[in-house]
Design a protein around this ligand. Structure first.
Ligand SMILES: Cc1ncc(COP(=O)(O)O)c(C=O)c1O
Length: 508
């Protein structure tokens, strides 16, 4: 299967490359080749991206055409570029049979390889693969008692609500309306979490072979769902380590609007999956301007947007207000908002939702019945009660997350000072740049050191981002502190044994 290629302009490429790096005195063509390789390896440029012509890039970077030609030749010789007469050069990974197709051992070893350990809590290694908080204390036990009366009201009925419990749908619609996005009950479908919402929309609104644009890095289970459904992944580089994760109210450096526009215009993906609020894993926040322009570009390319707002309710206390929801800029026949209480309340409550135009909601409800008929009534009753007064719960979880982020940063400073981490204003994880391309080896060695981690490669489709890992800060601070020496021990060993040299050219 040949992959569609999005060709980037010289200006877009220059922005994604950032300033030249490498040893002083290195020839300019080697520096350029190195910059392009690094951008691919850390997710700023997706595999399969088409590069500008030599002439265009030379003009755009104020380099001679000979320099660009020599850089492309180096990359081609090392297996990083695929060049075809008449169709230009596109990025591939060394060792892959086709551009954009490379499976890294141990990373895509089957979906069951990604299941969390199944044992009694507190047993076994510290699990830093799951970004999930414990349940809110105090409130949950109280609500469990209160819903005994609610259950009585419903027990005389069938208990099936394929669209979701009306009281809950109303409560969710009211929250959207209160935050500036007028919403009626018939525009809400209750699902079993945000992942269920995504897979349901994916399966109903696209067919096998359709292209789905994703941010790279992105939430890996969504990526798994796209692949399992045989859709084509259209990754758009959404990294750029030094350019996001600050305390500002948006971090547009993570996304590149020109790159996204090029992908939309040139490949017209059927769907695009976006996480604009405390993106998982980078923690970046998309600005209002970019939300608006992206929505317009998607309308022009006929792309429906699936906007995952799982982390929208968990900014840290005191951080700036988030930009308006992306759906504010589009209409609900084309922009679907996916929500969940799993991050703002508790993952054990399997309640999420889709906000979409009413006819779309009915269509999705009919499709969901094929899988589970309807969501669990008891969970929905609990969440209905919790949403009646959600702020104390959100505050508790936000405070826990902020304390977790501070503990994770302190742990890195104490035990792993050469690891660089983002400083997000909310969400549940840090995106960490390692001192070299050791993430897979580190993840392999970490369990023996008593800790589990997810390597950066897990967050993209191509096995790149080998110098990154996601560090959730949802564990209690003392657990995060205890993880430090274990990670340091595993990292020491990974640096010695990693196959960093297996990606040709990394060290040139
Ligand atoms: C961005 C994102 N979407 C969806 C999910 C899954 O959420 P849920 O438990 O609501 O299905 C997660 C969980 O980590 C997530 O990070």
């Amino acid at each position: 299967m040949t992959q569609a290629t999005t060709r980037v302009s010289a200006a877009t490429l220059a922005r994604r490359l950032g300033p030249p790096t490498g040893a002083a005195g290195q020839p300019a063509y080697r520096m350029l080749a190195r910059q392009i390789r690094s951008a691919v390896l850390d997710g700023r440029l997706a595999v399969s991206t088409g590069l500008p012509s030599e002439r265009e890039l030379a003009a755009g970077l104020s380099l001679s055409r000979t320099t660009v030609a020599a850089a492309y030749a180096v990359l081609r010789d090392e297996g990083w570029l695929d060049s075809r007469r008449g169709s230009g050069s596109s990025i591939r990974l060394p060792g892959s049979a086709q551009p954009g197709v490379r499976r890294v051992a141990g990373v895509f070893g089957g979906l069951d390889a990604h299941l969390p350990p199944d044992g009694p809590p507190g047993d076994g290694p510290i699990d830093l693969t799951v970004a999930s908080l414990p349940a809110p204390t105090d409130v949950l036990p109280k609500v469990l008692i209160e819903i005994a009366a609610d259950v009585g009201q419903y027990a005389g009925q069938s208990g099936y609500h394929p669209l979701g419990l009306p009281a809950l749908r109303q409560a969710i619609a009211d929250r959207y309306t209160a935050t500036g996005l007028p919403t009626t009950i018939d525009e809400i479908l209750v699902t079993n979490g945000a992942q269920h919402a995504f897979t349901l929309a994916l399966l109903e609104l696209s067919v096998p072979g359709d292209r789905v644009m994703i941010e790279c890095p992105t939430y890996p289970v969504a990526l798994d769902a796209i692949r399992a459904a045989r859709r084509t992944v259209g990754p758009v580089g959404a990294s750029g380590f030094d350019r996001y994760g600050g305390s500002a109210d948006s971090d547009d450096g993570a996304w590149d609007l020109d790159l996204i526009r090029a992908e939309l215009r040139q490949t017209a993906p059927r769907l695009a999956y976006l996480i604009p609020d405390f993106q998982n894993p980078t923690g970046a926040v998309m600005s209002a301007e970019m939300r608006e322009q992206l929505t317009h570009a998607a309308r022009r390319s006929g792309t429906m947007l699936l906007v995952d707002e799982s982390f929208r309710d968990v900014p840290f206390p005191g951080s700036p207000a988030l930009p308006p929801q992306l759906a504010t800029f589009g209409d609900s026949t084309r922009v679907l908002s996916l929500g969940s209480v799993s991050k703002s309340m508790w993952g054990g409550l399997r309640v999420g939702w889709i906000r979409a135009a009413a006819p779309l909601v009915r269509r999705l409800a009919a499709a969901r019945a094929l899988g589970d008929m309807a969501g669990p009534l008891i969970d929905q009753l609990i969440v209905t009660r919790l949403l009646a007064d959600p702020e104390p719960i959100f505050d508790q979880q936000r405070t826990r997350l902020a304390a977790g982020a501070a503990a994770a940063h302190a742990m890195l400073a104490a035990d792993l000072p050469d690891w660089q981490a983002t400083t997000p204003g909310g969400g549940a994880s840090l995106w960490v740049q390692l001192p070299g391309p050791i993430a897979t080896e580190l993840a392999r060695l970490a369990p023996a050191a008593g800790v589990l981690i997810a390597p950066g490669t897990r967050f993209g489709p191509d096995g790149t981002m080998e110098s990154y890992l996601r560090l959730p800060f949802t564990a209690p601070p003392d657990v995060l502190r205890a993880a430090g020496p274990r990670l340091a021990a595993a990292a020491d060993q990974a640096i010695r044994t990693s196959g960093a040299g297996t990606l040709p050219g990394w060290l040139t």
